[in-house]
Design a protein around this ligand. Sequence first.
Ligand SMILES: Cc1cc2nc3c(=O)[nH]c(=O)nc-3n(C[C@H](O)[C@H](O)[C@H](O)COP(=O)(O)OP(=O)(O)OC[C@H]3O[C@@H](n4cnc5c(N)ncnc54)[C@H](O)[C@@H]3O)c2cc1C
Length: 456
Amino acid sequence: MRSAPSPTLTGQPLNDQPLDGSLWAASAEPAGDYPALTGPTEADVVIVGAGYAGLSTALHLAERGLSATVLEAREPGFGGSGRSGGQVIPGLRHFASDLTAVYGEDAGRRAHAFGGGAADATFALIRRLGLACDARRAGWIQAADTPAALAQSRARVEAWRGGGAPVRLLGRDEIRSLIGSEAYLGGWIDPRGGTVQPLSYARSLARAASAAGARIFARSPAMSVSRVGAAWRVETPAGVASAPKLLLATNATTDGLWPRLERTILPVWSFQIATRPLSPSERRYVLPAAQAVSDTRRVLRFFRLDRDGRLVVGGKGTSHGPRSPQDFNLQALALQRLYPSLDGVEIDYRWGGQVAVTVDRLPRIVDLGPGAYANLGCNGKGVAWCTAIGAAYAEAFASGDPRALPIPTSPIEPIPFHELRRLYVGVGGAWLRFRDLIDQSSPVADLQSQSPKASP
Ligand SMILES: Cc1cc2nc3c(=O)[nH]c(=O)nc-3n(C[C@H](O)[C@H](O)[C@H](O)COP(=O)(O)OP(=O)(O)OC[C@H]3O[C@@H](n4cnc5c(N)ncnc54)[C@H](O)[C@@H]3O)c2cc1C
């Protein structure tokens, strides 16, 4: 693969990794002009973090006539929201039966229904507000590359269809023609899903929240949170925001602002590369209908096209922030395996972000005290979930009833031995890649590797 220089490769932690250099920064709607907070300000709710969760909550509060102050350390969309794959994926990773086992019958069913409706809610919001973000609802495919993964796809389709969702199974021929690759045995498609330009979406959401009356402050990192009488008081370098209600919406970028909160998630690096715009003949077979795809490997790969026909391929990154083009070798290898005919294609962009992973892969709404929550642990599936949850937080804040939230709240539960997380994530990633290789050397996978390659 040929390389183009990429200014993002600083090797810094995410909070210091500039957004410029990603495909999304190069092709996004312009950033809005938000001031830094100076002096004191009061609102009904103070929100820390201007990603989808914080912005959607602010928007829905403002639409209800409640005032919201959003404090963002850098700029709206700076975290996962401006760096993601932009795949709008309905549902959580778990089956409804898993959720009822964890949360109980009623709460589990509610969580499942909420997740299932999250992509609908996202596209409805984009349509209602006319958010400029290259939204395309061509569906989301989960591709299976082993017989076990195919059996899992069948189970998923049965479970979703049992609940009335319009999903369907894809056989080998159909997935080959939808993806343009021989890499998969089959899979399933959920037409409720699709894609957005993730940074444009965050910026447009910020603009809409601001137009509705929310006050957004950029370059205003929250440095401390305290309870003063009946108010939460959040200090920034040059100001103080106070409100009776508080939402920490910092997800993978959660730092030491609230004691032990950052130990409830593992921030895992996820990297993406984007090719040059594909030629018309390449476009004829690479994702011709522009679905978003994720696969079922333990170290999963996800890919899609952008509006200019660039192929964007992502997956697990290194245990540190990206430092050099070699750090993206796994993504380059994935591209080569998926599309051997694109071997040597120019890679125009490389960038990384961090995903907030929990041990059970379930999101968390942490109860921080009276009228205060933290929203965490989107496990790489936060575009739809974090958008939809904004309306739920607004309802919970307005009514004072946490039952408006899609999952039960939980206390702070630090991950045991969290301090060893880098080691755990690094070693765990290598082990999982090894297990993927073993799975792929099954007889069916051997057969698969002998079949003819997709051709332009
Ligand atoms: C590479 C990558 C690919 C992904 N792909 C997908 C995908 O295709 N589909 C999908 O559904 N999900 C995907 N995700 C996950 C998704 O991006 C996230 O779940 C979602 O964007 C989280 O949104 P959020 O609002 O919770 O947090 P974020 O967008 O991370 O926002 C948190 C914000 O808080 C700010 N902040 C942190 N600390 C402070 C402080 N002290 N004071 C003020 N502000 C602070 C940060 O600057 C940041 O802007 C991906 C994530 C990554 C990293």
